[in-house]
Design a protein around this ligand. Structure first.
Ligand SMILES: Nc1ncnc2c1ncn2[C@@H]1O[C@H](COP(=O)(O)OP(=O)(O)O)[C@@H](O)[C@H]1O
Ligand SMILES: [Mg+2]
Length: 360
């Protein structure tokens, strides 16, 4: 049982840099919550405040309803896994995994038992007597995980634990980590800047930008209903297509106007301010290359990436707006080829251009 509750959690470094700005977040019991956002947005700082490694400027962290602002790190019952693994180089794998338990004065035979069980769980049993330098990156990463798991904490805190692994190992370890967490049934806060990790690992995703929390939701709910333009673009690769334009009102209808293109908004949105600057956003897979719709964006092909299972067509509209279309794997175009880009109207998202907030 463990819930983590952040209330107006704030961190100001040196009286100047607001790294975390009044973040409210509830992590549920047994939940795997992924905190995602670009580099420097305050993710590590939040984890360190939960762990007790960083002083809290304002607000609070509570674990199971108990405020822990003034509780020492070792008494919070959390375990953190760091990006660089932070193993003790002079100790064996066994020594590294056992370290926390020794400090907690756990009996020797209990430690031995736990270290062996945990190392088997993570398939590093045969390396127990090696030093970290005698291991591959992936194996070191497992030792760091084992060191966290062996403590049987209430909460796991992961700070980009896979970012030092090569792509293939990262994908494999990602799947194992998810399985492991389900097995252990422990609450986890997992920090990453990797959108794919966020989508695949998170029970819920929390998106951050500039120290603020923008949206918390289940991965697919967030993908299909992003609350802001930033979230729309950040969740999903390649990013969402953005067509800036203006609302018009004519003949009793509201339309979206982008240069010479005028689209009926079909009364789908609550818009009643002609002249309002908006951004129409469409996912690459919701775009049509040579649309047979009456209206579409004229564009010229810049580049085609054929990825086998899919192709990505990068193109530029007459006014210089960039667009990308996801389509079947065997599609090819010459550079400069003319397209008429369309999209499914029901798949378009509308945002206010100034506030970047979603318009329903
Ligand atoms: N010890 C520190 N002193 C001053 N500023 C810091 C310190 N640690 C982090 N910061 C600043 O706080 C902001 C958030 O950093 P961090 O939490 O590491 O972001 P992230 O993990 O999302 O990349 C950044 O602007 C960073 O430069
Ligand atoms: Mg970080």
């Amino acid at each position: 049982m463990a819930e983590v509750k952040l209330e107006k959690l704030t961190k100001v470094y040196g009286g100047k840099v607001t790294a975390v700005d009044a973040v409210d977040l509830e992590v549920r019991d047994n939940e795997f919550l992924v905190l995602v956002g670009p580099s420097g947005c305050g993710k590590t700082t939040i984890l360190r405040m939960i762990a007790g490694l960083e002083e809290i400027t304002a607000g609070s962290v509570a674990i199971d309803g108990v405020p822990v602002n003034d509780v020492a790190p070792r008494d919070r019952n959390v375990a953190m896994v760091f990006q660089n693994y932070a193993l003790y180089p002079h100790m064996t794998v066994r020594g590294n995994i056992a370290f926390g338990l020794k400090m907690a004065k756990v009996e020797r035979h209990v430690i031995e038992h736990k270290v062996e069980d945990t190392s088997r769980l993570l398939s590093i049993f045969e390396y127990l007597d090696r030093k970290p330098r005698e291991l591959s990156g992936g194996q070191r990463q497992r030792v760091a995980l084992a060191r966290a798991i062996v403590k049987q904490p209430k909460v796991f805190l992961f700070d980009e634990p896979l970012s030092n692994l090569d792509a293939q190992l990262r994908t494999q370890t990602r799947a194992e980590l998810k399985k492991l967490q389900q097995q252990l049934g422990t609450t986890a806060v997992y920090v990453t800047h990797d959108r794919t990790e966020a989508m695949t690992l998170g029970d819920r995703i929390a998106v951050m930008k500039d120290g603020r929390l923008l949206q918390v939701d289940q991965p697919l709910a967030m993908y299909h209903k992003p609350a802001t333009l930033f979230v729309a673009n950040f969740i999903g690769t390649p990013g969402i297509n953005q067509f800036p334009g203006q609302l018009r009102h004519a003949h009793g209808k509201f339309t979206f106007r982008h240069h010479d293109l005028e689209l009926d908004l079909h009364h789908r949105y609550k818009v009643n301010e002609p002249g309002r600057e908006v951004v129409l956003a469409v996912r690459p897979e919701d775009m049509e290359l040579e649309s047979s719709r009456e209206k579409g964006f004229k564009a010229a092909v810049d580049l085609v990436e054929q990825l086998g299972g899919e192709s990505l067509i990068y193109a530029t509209l007459a006014d210089g707006t960039k667009a990308v279309v996801r389509t079947e794997g065997n599609v090819q175009y010459d550079q400069g080829a003319h397209l008429k880009l369309g999209f499914k109207p029901e798949a378009a998202h509308l945002f206010d251009a100034a506030t970047e907030m979603r318009i329903e």
